[in-house]
Design a protein around this ligand. Structure first.
Ligand SMILES: [Zn+2]
Length: 592
């Protein structure tokens, strides 16, 4: 069965299942305090350490630390997956599992199909309009930009006529619902209520996804209109930055470096020039999703973004993203001209191909930038600045061979010997290594007492959510340790507000995100039925958490004061320290 079992159904099954009944089919249980004990079915033992809490509806073994709810028990003992365990319990409880999400999934799929149909029908309409007489001006425009008819066809280019509702009428004729036409982003409601076309008198460029299905359109003005491009709004099918323009074509060319450009016409021009591995970001900044798409192709990448400052910064960011995904990337800068499209139109395809041969790897590109920035207006090199920044860069490079190769390059710029540059880089690396040893500070570990108190208040709250309102004892996120239950506190507060907070809820959160804490939670629940011990115990535990918290804050502040540069920096820290000390003393009083 596809789709997920709704959480409501799971809750209902757990509520209507008697865990003692379930476990008793496998284990003989005897009552001891608030819990039932028996010999563990998961490990071999002579004295019972396996227990069940009917109140909390959980089981836990103090010997092998297996524990959880009834679903977990069935899944463990029958060796079946979660889903099947749920089904078993549902059958026993006479609850029918309805996979609601299947229905919504199906509806979403159908809606997507309809949007695709609208986009495809629109693309056909634009394409046909380009080929007839009224598309002549657009055709001339394309040919004038060096985009041949075969390239026009490969990209499925089209033309949106200079009229209010030609596409709208066409889609209506095809029986397409107005809501779908609007949802697909090709029609819109005018202020007078009439349905009209979004794109008018524009060159139409379909955006295809990786699989070659149309997800959106870009519409380019051919004159001097204010908006050079109009893009489809974001829809169910299209989110900005999730696609790479022309990837559906570029992926067909095997084993060649992918060329990444910024705009539609950069990619189209490159394809027209025979460089059919070009794609476009459709924006300046590469998204991490786009980096992921490139990484999937498992091919080297050549970045060919605009040569202005924004383009250079975008290249640096893209290099970073691609390195994280282990993609080998290099950079080509287009001299004098703003973008690849202009360069090709001015200098021709063969000059551009020669330019591609001058591509630089990441270090070369960065060294070139450092050099450029270190050159004064008269071209004179600021030697001190260049050597400092260049050797910093090389010192950060992990690959020893690269360090040596690039040291030669730096030496040439400086008119120094490569050995001298290498020595300086090595010195910086040693310094780096020394300081690096000092920096990692051990995180405060959650002591057993801390975990016990955190567990206690959370259990107590699950029994009696009103405790949270105990006057003067409000819990805050900072009372919990990062390594403890702090990450869960926020979701639990939300659940409390929605009156959904329960022990089971907390357990499921913790089991998923921090299984090592689930053990403490299960053990505490079984051990201490004192978690139902009312406000006195609760206050004591909260106070203990607060005392430890302000003790931590005092230590951190003392350390910061010690490291502060001067009196001005120390002053505010000392004020904070005073506050923390006062809190600390107050809570120590309350603890007793
Ligand atoms: Zn056991």
């Amino acid at each position: 069965m596809a789709g997920r079992i709704p959480q409501d159904t799971i809750d209902q099954i757990l509520n209507e299942t008697d865990i003692v009944d379930v476990v008793s089919r496998y284990v003989r249980l005897e009552k001891k305090g608030g819990s039932l004990f028996g010999l563990c079915p998961f490990h071999s033992e002579k004295t019972p350490s396996f227990s069940v809490s009917p109140a909390k509806r959980i089981f836990y073994c103090f010997g092998c630390h297996k524990g959880g709810n009834a679903i977990k028990f069935i899944s463990e003992i029958e060796h079946v997956p979660f889903r099947e365990a749920v089904q078993t319990l549902a059958d026993a409880a006479g609850i029918e599992i309805r996979l609601d999400e299947d229905e919504s999934y199906r509806q979403r799929r159908e809606a997507e199909q309809r949007l695709r149909q609208v986009l495809l029908e629109s693309a056909r309409f634009f394409y046909r309009t380009l080929s007839v007489q009224e598309g002549n001006e657009a055709k001339r425009y394309l040919l004038g930009r060096g985009i041949s008819v075969p390239t026009q066809r490969a990209f499925g280019l089209g033309y949106a006529p200079d009229a209010w509702d030609r596409l709208t009428l066409h889609l209506r004729e095809k029986g397409i619902a107005e809501t779908d036409a609007i949802a697909a982003g090709v029609c819109q409601r005018a202020s007078n209520g009439r349905l009209i076309d979004v794109f008018r008198n524009r060159l139409m460029i379909p955006i295809f996804d990786f699989l070659g299905q149309i997800v959106a359109f870009g519409g380019r003005a051919m004159g001097e209109e204010k908006a050079k491009y109009i893009n489809s709004k974001e829809t169910e099918l299209y989110t900005k930055g999730r696609h790479l323009f022309a990837m559906n074509l570029a992926k067909k060319q095997k084993d060649e470096a992918l060329i990444v450009t910024e705009g539609y016409f950069d990619a189209i021009s490159l394809h027209a020039a025979g460089l059919t591995t070009a794609v476009a970001l459709l924006g300046t900044a590469m998204s991490s999703r786009q980096a992921q798409l490139l990484a999937q192709m498992d091919r080297p990448v050549t970045l060919c973004l605009d040569a202005d400052e924004a383009g250079i910064n975008a290249s640096l960011r893209a290099l970073e993203l691609l390195r994280q995904k282990q993609v080998f990337a290099s950079v080509v800068t287009v001299p004098e001209f703003k973008d690849p499209d202009l360069y090709i139109r001015k200098n021709g395809a063969s000059r551009f191909k020669a330019l591609l041969e001058t591509k630089m790897d990441e270090l070369d590109f960065k060294l070139r930038l450092i050099e450029k920035q270190a050159r004064q207006d008269d071209g004179e090199l600021d030697v001190f600045r260049y050597q400092r920044e260049a050797t910093d860069l090389l010192a950060a490079e992990e690959n020893a061979v690269m360090r040596e190769l690039k040291a030669e390059l730096v030496a040439r710029v400086l008119h120094a010997s490569p050995a001298a540059v290498q020595e300086e880089v090595a010195r910086k690396r040693r310094n780096e290594a020394e300081t690096a040893v000092e920096t990692p500070r051990p995180k405060p570990r959650a002591s057993a007492a801390q975990v016990a108190d955190e567990t206690y208040v959370l259990l107590a709250l699950s029994n009696n959510p009103d405790l949270q309102k105990t006057k003067g004892f409000a819990l805050e996120e900072e009372d919990f340790l990062e390594e403890g239950f702090r990450p869960f506190f926020e979701s639990m507060q939300g659940a409390m507000a929605a009156k959904r907070y329960s022990y089971q809820y907390l357990l499921s959160l913790v089991e998923e995100a921090a299984p090592e804490l689930a053990d403490a939670l299960l053990a505490a629940a079984i051990k201490s039925e004192q978690a139902d011990g009312g406000t006195v115990m609760y206050r004591r535990a909260v106070a203990a958490l607060k005392v430890r918290r302000f003790e931590r804050e005092k230590h951190a502040l003392l350390e910061a004061i010690e490291q502060a540069q001067d009196e001005e920096a120390r002053k505010p820290l000392q004020n904070l320290l005073k506050e923390a000390s006062e809190q600390y003393n107050t809570w120590r009083q309350k603890r007793i």
